[in-house]
Design a protein. Structure first.
Length: 34
């Protein structure tokens, strides 16, 4: 989370595990297979 409160993803760090979509308190993240 940035200092202005917005969320930013690091796509280079993402391993595709989906834990972010599980842990998101407002369910704003959805994992979609490419």
């Amino acid at each position: 989370q940035r200092s202005d409160g917005k969320i930013e993803f690091d796509y280079d760090y993402c391993k595709g595990c989906g834990i972010c979509s599980v842990e998101c308190p407002v369910k704003a993240i959805k994992m979609v297979e490419e």
